[in-house]
Design a protein around this ligand. Structure first.
Ligand code: IPD
Length: 291
């Protein structure tokens, strides 16, 4: 098989992102369109399915040799392999979409050898496009290099000066839930009581947009357990091309895999400080995420 033409794939994914954006923007949602998957915090709409259908048929038509993984059609008996694979979330931030909160996106990733290699994330509500090709830098709206200018010279100087993103997820009981809420408490708590006293914690409802915000530098860190490869693949390339990194959401492991389901993303920083802030964060994780 010939090596994938990454620039061509990038441009094709951008065109699909805009087409997906049109479907999302023109959606006429009513409550009958919305169904639950696992529970009332795990939603799917006819538009998630329509967007995925449009994207998968276009990709299978143009790139019949490449594997396709999409959130709405994922078959767990076919996990991620080293084959060139499109990894797609048709609407990331479905709850925001259903509620009309203008913070959801289409997330289009391409991985080779399980390494995120091309990423395109598009929020049609704000007309914001993030994109990257491995080795070629990351961009906002195809022209502004990431991280954004006003963040590029800002060192990372500990959690007390950091704005971080966390997500509650849809699993609301059991050990993972306990780990999350106890960790959130520690992160927010005053230092004299053993906390990290993070400057601010945000829960914005889209893993892909969280990672892109870390790439842009408008968030410093993002931590989540329980999301999937389609939530992170596209953003991963964008983040690493912007100088950021992704490590395991559990303490101690500097490497995590695309399908590892627990992630800590940290932005690029001029005099680094990445290692220090990751270790500081890990020091506040209460328990172990198990996925
Ligand atoms: C979800 C969102 C959410 C994150 C969940 C994801 P969806 O994706 O990214 O922010 O907390 O882990 O599953 O369901 O909106 O595609």
């Amino acid at each position: 098989m010939a090596a994938p033409n990454l620039n061509e794939i990038h441009d094709f994914l951008v065109s699909l992102a805009y087409q997906a954006g049109d479907i999302i923007t023109n959606a006429l949602l009513d409550t009958n369109d919305t169904g639950s998957k696992k529970n009332s915090a795990d939603l799917v709409t006819q538009y998630d399915r329509a967007v995925e259908n449009m994207i998968s048929s276009s990709l299978k038509n143009k790139y019949p040799d490449y594997v396709f993984h999409g959130e709405e059609t994922y078959d767990p008996s076919h996990p991620l392999t080293d084959a060139p694979t499109f990894i797609v979330d048709p609407i990331d931030g479905t709850i925001n979409f259903v509620h009309g909160f203008p913070h959801s996106c289409v997330s289009l990733g391409f991985a080779v050898g399980q390494v995120p290699t091309v990423g395109v994330v598009y929020n049609p509500s704000t007309k914001t496009l993030y994109s990257a090709i491995r080795g070629q830098g990351a961009f906002l709206n195809r022209e502004t290099r990431l991280p954004l200018n006003h963040r590029i010279s800002e060192p990372l100087s500990g959690l007390s000066n950091a704005t971080i993103s966390i997500e509650w997820g849809n699993e609301r009981s059991g050990p993972n839930w306990q780990t999350k809420i106890r960790t959130f408490e520690r992160l927010g708590q005053a230092k004299e009581n053993g906390g990290a006293m993070v400057r601010a914690m945000r829960s914005l409802g889209s893993a892909a947009l969280n990672i892109c915000a870390v790439a842009a530098g408008t968030l410093d860190l993002y931590w989540e357990g329980g999301c999937w490869e389609w939530d992170v693949c596209a953003g991963w390339v964008i983040l690493t091309e912007a100088g950021g990194m992704i490590v395991d959401g559990n303490p101690g492991s500097w490497k995590t895999t695309l399908d590892g389901r627990k992630y800590l993303a940290v932005r690029g920083a001029p005099q680094s400080g990445q290692k220090e802030i990751i270790e500081e964060f890990w020091g506040h994780v209460q328990g172990k995420l198990e996925y």
